[in-house]
Write a protein that binds this ligand. Sequence first.
Ligand code: 2M8
Length: 445
Amino acid sequence: MTAQEELSTRHKVDVDALRRGATEVLLRNWTGRSTVPSRALYPHQWSWDSAFIALGVRHISPLRAQYELESLLGAQWADGRIPHIAFNPDVPHGAYFPGPDFWQSSLRSSAAPATPETSGIIQPPVHALATWHTHLADPVESTRRHFLPRIYPRLVAWHHYLEKRRDLGGRGLAAIVHPWESGMDNSPSWDAPLQWIDPWPRNGFRRRDLTHAAAADRPTDTDYGRYLRLAADYRDQNYDDGRNQNGFAVEDPCFNALLIASDHALGQIADILRRDSTPHKTRAAARTTALVDSLYHSEAGMFGCRDLLHDSPLSLGSVAGLIPLIVPDLPGTIVAQLLATIVGERFRLGEVQLTPSFDLTSSSYETGRYWRGPSWFNVAWLLYQGLVQHSAPELAAVLRQDLLATALATNFAEYLDPYTGEGHGARNFSWTAATALDLLAQETQ
Ligand code: 2M8
């Protein structure tokens, strides 16, 4: 019996249906230049979504995975930042809020490209990692198209931006200035810093997300008003990080762990291109030390966020605190503690579906609301890589099987209830399809 046959028998995953369904989702969400996360809810190109999409699409078309990343990097700013949204000019401005009229990128900053219009904030730096794996999917075609020589300087500029403009705490880590920059937008981790932010008045904006998703699955109006206030304040400073007048400045372990994983990937790319990889390796090592020294909480067995404005740790419990498993050179004692936490009562890997986005035992946990508890597929993909890397193959296999089964069963939902496996948010969601395709291929390779 092949590995695929065994998998479908044991876990009742119809592998062919999964592969077909995931491929269809990614074809349907392809716009000709890039892939939208969801046709209805998110009709533009999102930064970290595109990195996960490339990781999956490379199994259908390595060339299209290259286009995905090239298209995103076409929206990069002159200061090196990769914006969290690149707006598709063919989509009506009102289709997503806050859209180009809100962000006003090219009007506010000369560093922004004239086209496409973009947002001004960023998302976690998974891009070098995705670029490296995209290259490996078809090195011949990649070399023929000069994919790496063209992309590498852009990725270096991106990491340079994070190092030079975002080390707001001066401790060798990158800071985020908006909850959306974490990618885990509505996490209870942000409740404390957000309490100081005056929400925009409810009659000052019209939410589009509620047209496409249940209100109970989405952030409250008050939280949405606070996101808008923070984004508008940053915009009104012309997205100038030097001004340092942010109402929100946080060091996040997931963001920084992905930066370190991407530093390692940049080192591998530099080696292939016969450039000097030492600076990337040195930065990865320094950031790993800073991450452990600044954000690890041994009494809790996990990493946590730090609020730089109030110089205090934020409440622990976000799955972001487990993502550093993706960092290769973590001290063994920390790896052992993270593994204990992931199977313990707070995250219950193997007992619930995937890994909840927030501590199941916390009073802040909400089973269906966006990033306050439900399980996400991109998070599971990241944890899977960490578990494989740190020699926990049984746990990795459980997570993989959960991901494959629930992706298909929920019709590629955006996220799901960890207890029931019920899908929430959008369906036919791109990174759900992409991470499933990639994990399908990882076992069979
Ligand atoms: C969600 O975020 C956007 C804002 O960026 C939204 O709620 O409108 C998050 O889940 C984020 O991580 C993700 O990249 C984005 C698109 O999938 O949706």
